[in-house]
Design a protein around this ligand. Structure first.
Ligand SMILES: *Cc1c(COP(=O)(O)O)cnc(C)c1O
Length: 378
């Protein structure tokens, strides 16, 4: 008797560790890897992913959620947890008091934190090398670093920037920004300001083959087997393994409907032929979407592709006509492999009209996760 949940997501920790190895290889042996686990580890379940990454030897973890950082600490994750600029100055002070490493993006925040703590706290400073979002602009960054360094209650363990791009053509822009950041760090170094961690490259930079003189990289997409590039970029060439391996559910009901019956919401179908309809206990409330016009969604039952007929708040119906002997309790694959057939995360995301990362974030935290792989269970 299967008493497990009727639906679950399968996460392959071996694939995560494979992808980490690939990131390290792209970065080179001298660079530390800071693992981005923001957004519930891009939807993969932050605690188990963090535990596996700690076991695999990453240098630090980075997230934008103080709540998630606290979950890690209370479950034995001892790695430094960098908080990307995540909230108000008050909460930044709180995070530092709790032993997390906050990001300071301007001098007033640095001053406030320094005056609010008695013992020195570890911080990273963020420089805006050209993204135009967070951090002290490069033009005034020298003064920011000098003044922050003079605050004795701050231990500046890292200086970083972020130069993301989604089109391969953005790599020229990023190359220029990386070089400007390198030049800035070199001039600081000559003036006697050196920091344990300097970091600028995320997944896009590594995958585009860019280089810099920093001591670390900070990657998320690569770890989860996701491409940071928009559609049309050459992501097939990337040696990444998908970490979300499956979205599985169970047939909880099978309905046999006669020709001529007006099944479905509002009697929409008006069936011309008899139809067997399977029902899954998974719907919009669990993060699923309806397909956008012109796209079809499918689910696999016993190796057959079955068309998704409807997605409602808590249920999905599928056409079981092609399946010989479907019975309630049978497994259904919404993402993953079943015999010769396969449905990928990208295929589902495309039918939903969104990207793979957005699809992961829709499912995130709403469906139980089953971890697979030899690394599982640590
Ligand atoms: C999310 C994030 C990263 C990681 O980006 P990926 O594209 O997922 O590799 C790096 N740095 C900062 C500041 C981030 O917010």
């Amino acid at each position: 008797m299967n008493t497990g949940p009727p639906s679950h997501v399968e996460i392959d920790l071996d694939a995560l560790i494979h992808n980490l190895g690939h990131a390290q290889q792209l970065a080179g042996p001298d660079k530390q890897v800071i693992a981005s686990i923001k957004g519930n580890a891009y939807g993969h379940g932050v605690l188990t992913v963090a535990q596996a990454l700690q076991e695999a030897g990453v240098y630090a973890l980075a997230t934008g959620s103080l709540d998630e950082a606290r979950v890690l600490r209370s479950h034995g994750v001892t790695l430094p947890v960098l908080l990307f600029a995540f909230s108000t100055t008050e909460l930044t002070v709180q995070a530092a008091r709790e032993g997390f490493v906050p990001t300071l993006t301007s001098f007033p925040a640095a001053e406030t934190l320094a005056s609010a703590v008695t013992e020195p706290v570890s911080v990273y400073l963020k420089i805006d090398a050209g993204l135009g979002r967070l951090g002290e602009p490069l033009a005034t960054a020298r003064e920011f670093i000098e003044k922050a360094s003079a605050l004795k209650q701050l231990q500046i363990d890292g200086v970083y920037t972020h130069v993301p791009f989604a089109q391969v053509s953005g790599s020229d822009w990023a190359t220029e920004k990386l070089s400007a950041f390198d030049g800035f760090l070199a001039s600081l170094d000559r003036a006697g300001y050196a920091f344990p961690v300097t970091q600028a490259m995320a997944s896009c930079c590594l995958l585009a083959g860019l280089q810099d003189n920093c001591t670390a990289v900070c990657v998320g997409h690569i770890l989860y087997g996701l491409s940071p590039f928009s559609a049309g970029s050459p992501e097939d060439a990337l040696d990444l393994k998908p970490v979300l391996e499956g979205l599985k559910s169970t047939l909880i009901h099978i309905g046999h409907h006669n020709a001529g019956s007006d099944v479905a919401v509002g009697g929409l179908y008006g069936l011309k032929a008899p139809r067997t309809v399977g029902v899954l206990p998974l719907g919009l409330a669990h993060g699923l979407c309806r397909p956008i016009p012109g796209k079809d969604l499918a689910a696999l039952v016993d190796g057959h592709r079955c068309q998704v007929l409807s997605v409602s708040l808590e249920h999905t119906t599928i056409d079981l006509d092609g399946v010989g002997h479907a019975a309630t309790g049978d497994p259904v694959t919404l993402i993953g492999r079943d015999r010769q057939e396969q449905i990928t995360l990208s295929e589902v995301a495309e039918a939903w009209g969104i990207g793979p990362l957005e699809a992961l974030l829709r499912l995130s935290g709403r469906i139980p996760i089953k971890y697979l792989g030899t690394t599982a269970g640590i």
